[in-house]
Design a protein around this ligand. Sequence first.
Ligand SMILES: NC(=O)C1=CN([C@@H]2O[C@H](COP(=O)(O)OP(=O)(O)OC[C@H]3O[C@@H](n4cnc5c(N)ncnc54)[C@H](OP(=O)(O)O)[C@@H]3O)[C@@H](O)[C@H]2O)C=CC1
Ligand SMILES: O=C(CO)COP(=O)(O)O
Ligand SMILES: [Zn+2]
Length: 355
Amino acid sequence: MTQDMNAQKKWMQLPRDVVVGHGVIDDVKNVCADLKLADNALIVTGKSTRKIAGDIVHDSLTDSGQRVEMIVSEAASMKEVDRVRKQALESGVEYLLGVGSGKSIDVAKLAATEIEVPFISVPTAASHDGIVSSRASIKNGNKTASIQANAPMAVIADTDIIAEAPYRLLASGCGDIISNCTAVLDWQLATRLQNVPFSEYAAALSSMTAQILIDSADTIKPELESSVRMVVKALVSSGVAMSIAGSSRPASGSEHMFSHALDKVAPVPALHGEQCGVGTILMMYLHGGDWKSIRDALQAINAPVTAEELGIEDKYILEALVLSHTIRPERYTILGTGLTPDAAEIVARKTKVIS
Ligand SMILES: NC(=O)C1=CN([C@@H]2O[C@H](COP(=O)(O)OP(=O)(O)OC[C@H]3O[C@@H](n4cnc5c(N)ncnc54)[C@H](OP(=O)(O)O)[C@@H]3O)[C@@H](O)[C@H]2O)C=CC1
Ligand SMILES: O=C(CO)COP(=O)(O)O
Ligand SMILES: [Zn+2]
């Protein structure tokens, strides 16, 4: 048996149809026709997003002659995944749609993977790259796990709907993209120190995507469909980078570990991408890189750059920093064996995350 890396099997799962633009919610039925998904759908949607998009997709598919059921899910939990899976099996559904925010998409994505049916992602906000990726973040008890699932067969992102979503969600999506900068540095470091598998293509795509967004930061504005289009395309690119890598390495490093740590310690965490953005400032400082330009880009976008703007007390930022390296011990990053409390305070103060 050869040890040649090129001889190893690589299986990349990517969405087949990605439709982005004004009013494309009306194309859901056309995408289903393209994918030969002709009947028996189950829509997973959220409490607010049902009115914004869930009902539209329901009525449009029903009008085209399909049987369609809808389930409103309020949490991305294993209990909800089980509830959706049970209803899908009882009704013998042919495919699932996640119509809404990150929570609804993750629940539908994992339930579809478990019952081995196709899944279509219809995001109402561009808040993170989970709208495209093959990962689902699901709570089990008080632990959240990032679980490998099937990538969506299609992503349908209506820029009109997403532009109407609270701007905070779009700015959060930008933080998730900008975090690719430190994720790739961490990946390169781990490759040098621990010879972990590395993909030049995935890393280049991920870094380039973040850089394009940083260079265009001052064009990202509320209620502009052109801004939404740019962010959605970047989230798609990040998702593709993860698919090429076969892991979240190109888009998740030490800054994500910091965000996951904040989710554990902060009484009221901020949005995923908001926390990752602040994490990128901190981790870029640790890498000895240009953390100021990361901060400037986030500020231009109007994304949080301080503990206060995240709505999280300084003490939880410091606690999360010290805890971050324990989040995913198998993933080597700049955090190494961890920060001491005094080192954590220095990095947080020098980067002005705390004052
Ligand atoms: N799979 C992955 O790789 C990743 C998954 N995640 C997970 O995703 C979740 C976070 O997702 P995120 O989208 O940031 O936040 P949420 O899913 O928590 O959604 C935030 C809120 O925004 C609302 N909303 C969404 N779209 C609109 C709109 N167009 N107009 C008005 N309100 C809207 C939602 O309504 P409603 O109540 O209807 O949903 C919800 O109340 C977490 O569970 C996190 O763990 C995070 C990163 C990566
Ligand atoms: O959020 C992600 C990438 O942006 C997914 O990363 P995780 O593997 O840390 O859940
Ligand atoms: Zn992320």
